[in-house]
Design a protein around this ligand. Structure first.
Ligand SMILES: *[C@@H]1O[C@H](CO)[C@@H](O)[C@H](O)[C@H]1NC(C)=O
Ligand SMILES: *[C@@H]1O[C@H](CO)[C@@H](O)[C@H](O)[C@H]1NC(C)=O
Length: 352
């Protein structure tokens, strides 16, 4: 009797442990496979077909080959961070059609293969932070139609081809902080109507194109700290038609003039826009104001401007008045000399 109960249990244990890759630990009837930091240089063999979560982080994989994961159809979570990964080959992940979370952070990837996103139509969360990517090609992410969170922070991205985010219509959280972006192009985020958080801090952005923010109707956080912004156009932010958006814009080399003061006062007066770090927005130029807070400089900047306007107006008026006076004098002089000519006796008359 006891034997009959015991036998199937023993069989199940033996069967599943047999399927667990050598050196890894498997849990929950092999649905969770933990191969963390085991010194693997290749994806281990015999990963159970029913694996739901596979943790391979902290190994020394260096590359992912085309057929690395065939057979693990139902995989939902794949963790590959800190694995010295330098190259992802074409079709490396395309068999993972149920994958929801992929962590490739802290590797050495310089590029994504053009078909990187093929098959990953259910992926919701993608981490590619702390790699060496320098550009995003327009097709690399095109199939990620379910993606909600994308972390590309701490790379060297200088160029994002327009169209790179076109397929990402479900995106809510986009982290592009700590890259080398120089411009936020209009047309880049046209399909991101549900985007809530956009992190662009610690880049090299000196220009935000006027239409760049217009599609973002639900944006709640826009972080632009530590970029190369010197000035802003009010229209760019007026285009941000959201219920409520918090902006962070300190640590930029602002050129404090009356125009910048006006733009910020207008932004501060738009009810749904909030500049969270306004107290920390400081001037870089003019030199005389370097380090001063824009908020405290406010009235002075425009006083100076008003004074300039007054001086210019005054100068113009003086010039005009002077010109009028001169003209009048000249006219009188001419008139006088004409009259004089008229009154003077003719030379031959005096001789008479
Ligand atoms: C930032 O942009 C400037 C030119 O605007 C360039 O000289 C500089 O190297 C860039 N820095 C980085 C870190 O990309
Ligand atoms: C302003 O800067 C100081 C010092 O860097 C920091 O402690 C503070 O939290 C900042 N305030 C805001 C509102 O960002």
């Amino acid at each position: 009797m006891l034997c009959m109960v015991f036998l199937p249990v023993a069989f199940v244990v033996a069967w599943s442990s047999k399927l667990c890759p050598h050196q890894c630990s498997c849990y929950d009837a092999s649905e969770l496979v933990d191969c963390r930091s085991r010194g693997f240089t290749h994806i281990p063999h015999s990963i159970p077909h029913g694996t739901w979560l596979l943790d391979l982080s902290g190994n020394r994989l260096s590359e992912l080959r085309s057929t690395s994961f065939t057979g693990i159809w139902v995989l939902r979570v794949l963790l590959l961070s800190q694995s010295n990964m330098q190259v992802l080959h074409s079709k490396a992940l395309s068999s993972l059609t149920f994958l929801e979370k992929l962590d490739l952070a802290y590797n050495e990837l310089r590029a994504l293969p053009p078909d990187f996103s093929r098959g990953l139509t259910t992926l919701k969360d993608l981490k590619l932070s702390h790699n060496a990517l320098d550009r995003l090609e327009s097709h690399a992410l095109e199939n990620l139609e379910s993606l909600e969170r994308l972390d590309l922070s701490h790379n060297h991205i200088q160029v994002i081809e327009v169209g790179a985010f076109r397929g990402l219509t479900m995106l809510r959280h986009l982290n592009l902080a700590w890259n080398h972006l120089t411009v936020l192009q209009g047309g880049l985020l046209t399909m991101q109507q549900g985007l809530g958080v956009l992190l662009l801090n610690h880049n090299n952005i000196s220009k935000i194109e006027t239409e760049a923010l217009a599609p973002l109707q639900t944006l709640t956080i826009l972080n632009l700290e530590a970029n190369q912004l010197r000035s802003l156009k009010f229209k760019t932010f007026l285009n941000l038609q959201t219920p409520s958006t918090h902006l962070q814009m300190s640590e930029n080399p602002w050129t404090c003039d009356c125009e910048l003061h006006r733009v910020f006062s207008k932004i501060l007066h738009v009810r749904h826009l909030h500049v969270d770090d306004y107290v920390n927005i400081t001037c870089h130029l003019p030199l005389l104001l370097a380090g001063a807070s824009l908020g405290l400089m406010h009235s002075q900047l425009c006083v100076a401007e008003t004074a300039t306007v007054l001086v210019i107006t005054g100068t113009v008026m003086v010039t005009v008045v002077a010109a009028l006076v001169m003209a009048e004098r000249k006219r009188k002089k001419q008139k006088m000399s004409l009259e004089k000519q008229g009154n003077d006796p003719m030379p031959w008359e005096t001789r008479k």
